[in-house]
Design a protein. Structure first.
Length: 101
């Protein structure tokens, strides 16, 4: 068993749900998060609202699941990211689980 964590901008929420389904990962959780990128100060000062943080509405998904299913998910995410026209790819990591109940 491993832990897979996936992050994506809000625009790709439904796509991530489809990818989890295609990978046969049926049990997972999700959270709404704000994603941030450090932008140069010149861009911040040219903003209409320079005090705003510039965060993007994003989603974090995670699942404790079998390694084989995670491998399938990673292949699907790689294919999805190859066809993106934005600079916001779906990102994923895997963490080993030493112990669980």
């Amino acid at each position: 068993m491993k832990l897979v964590i996936v992050t994506a901008v809000e625009e790709f929420q439904n796509d991530v749900l489809k990818l989890f389904k295609e990978a046969n990962i049926e049990s997972f959780s999700s959270y709404d998060i704000n994603g941030h990128k450090n932008i140069p100060s010149v861009l911040k000062t040219s903003s209409w609202f320079p005090s705003e943080s510039g965060g993007n509405e994003s989603h974090l998904f995670f699942s404790f699941t079998d390694e084989n299913l995670i491998e399938n998910l990673f292949k699907l995410i790689e294919l999805f990211n190859e066809n993106l026209e934005t600079n916001n790819p779906i990102k994923a990591i895997v963490l080993p689980i030493e112990k669980h109940i």
